[in-house]
Design a protein around this ligand. Structure first.
Ligand code: PMP
Length: 361
């Protein structure tokens, strides 16, 4: 099967520079979209075809389109950053492309070649590069590649037609007023994913399943939910949209990939960045009881969450049924801040890219 090249059919009416700048002055997150999108089709027997860059526009779908009924959908999230010399680069796009393939396998969908995934992201960022915020702050252009089952019919089976799309949305600084710790509700009765399930795939269903627990966290006055393993309800897994790290002095530990945790690109990068900075970095198991005990006795010095959106977020207040504690006195810890700065400097091009992680256009 051949890999499509992307045919460019740009918009005759993109937003004016003034309209775009007005959006970029206060983009928020996921509220505004650039002038274009890339679409590629897949059909049984034909493979990937009709790669196009077209004006951003609504989709027209038959009400019986399979994705609307059986949720055969996967997505990714990655960012393009403006560098000091004005060029634009994405962060480790091949990791997102590989995770997209592994999500496809789990949901019985066709695998988009890694190079096609990157080519599609590059084509969109190149076309809409004026939408990448200026260098200097923490703003970026967030890319959202996704794929849906487009066969029409109500039989439950893997579809024989799919549509891959990439859209882009300017993203403001996650912490416009300075890094602020998040509060966490540890959910001991609801789980996000089960062994053998699809917790390690980036598919909409996992996020739908997390919304009720997220609403419960809000009623407890917390920003985010921390999920435990589904069997023992004991081992810390991750947050609804971020991985977790535990800092014991000079050592950082993140929960091992059990199959029910999403393998974050930020999580993976931090294992390396931390070692570069002289910390010990490990994957392992941390129980919620250990978390509470070690916070209270002071050996667990910091906890932080990590993901593409916020890069690194310190954890402040932690609540579980019958207990509540303050991590690091509720302030962003020193290791958390140092790692955050080191990774952001690589992403924004102000530190040397020693691992070759930045993909320039
Ligand atoms: N876990 C979940 C459930 C997520 O949705 C995300 C965001 N993609 C992450 C972890 C962090 O992954 P990444 O560092 O690749 O953004």
């Amino acid at each position: 099967m051949t890999t499509p090249t992307i045919e460019l059919k740009p918009s005759a009416n993109p937003l004016s520079a003034a309209e775009r700048e007005a959006i970029l002055a206060n983009p928020g997150f996921g509220r505004h979209f650039t002038d274009h999108m890339v679409t590629i089709k897949w059909t049984e027997g034909r493979g990937w075809h009709d790669g196009q860059l077209v004006p951003y526009a609504p989709l027209s779908l038959d009400p019986a389109t399979m994705v609307l009924h059986y949720a055969q959908e996967i997505f990714e999230g990655l960012k393009a950053y403006r560098r000091p010399d004005g060029s634009v680069a994405t962060f480790r796009p091949e990791k997102n492309a590989q995770r997209f393939q592994s999500s496809s396998r789990r949901l019985g969908m066709p695998e988009l070649p890694v190079e096609t995934f990157i080519e599609a992201c590059d084509a969109l960022v190149k076309q809409d590069q004026d939408w990448v915020p200026a260098h200097g702050g923490e703003e970026s252009l967030y890319l959202r590649p996704f794929m849906i089952a487009t066969e029409v019919g109500l039989g439950v089976k893997p579809a024989n037609e799919y549509l891959f799309i990439v859209i882009a949305s300017p993203a403001g600084a996650y912490f416009p007023g300075g890094v602020k710790p998040v509060s966490i509700w540890v959910s001991e009765d609801r789980v996000r994913a089960v062994p053998g399930g699809m917790g390690d795939a980036k598919t909409g269903g996992n996020y739908a399943a997390s919304l009720l627990a997220q609403a419960e966290a809000a009623t407890k006055g917390c920003d985010q939910v921390c999920y435990l393993d589904a069997i023992e309800r004991k081992w810390v897994e991750e947050l609804g949209g971020m991985n977790l790290y535990f800092v014991y002095g000079n050592k950082i530990i993140t929960p091992s990939l059990t199959g029910s945790i999403l393998e974050g690109v930020t999580r993976d990068s931090l294992l390396t960045v931390a070692r570069d900075l002289g910390y010990e970095a490990e994957e392992g198991r941390v129980s919620v009881d250990q978390w509470q005990r070690d916070s209270e006795n002071g050996t667990l010095t910091e906890v932080f969450a990590c993901g593409t959106a916020a890069v690194i977020t310190p954890v402040g207040t932690v609540k579980r049924a019958g207990a509540e504690w303050q991590q690091s006195g509720g302030e962003p810890g020193e290791v958390t801040q140092r790692l955050r700065r080191a990774l952001l400097d690589i992403q924004r091009g102000t530190a040397e890219d020693v691992h070759g992680w930045m993909h320039t256009l």
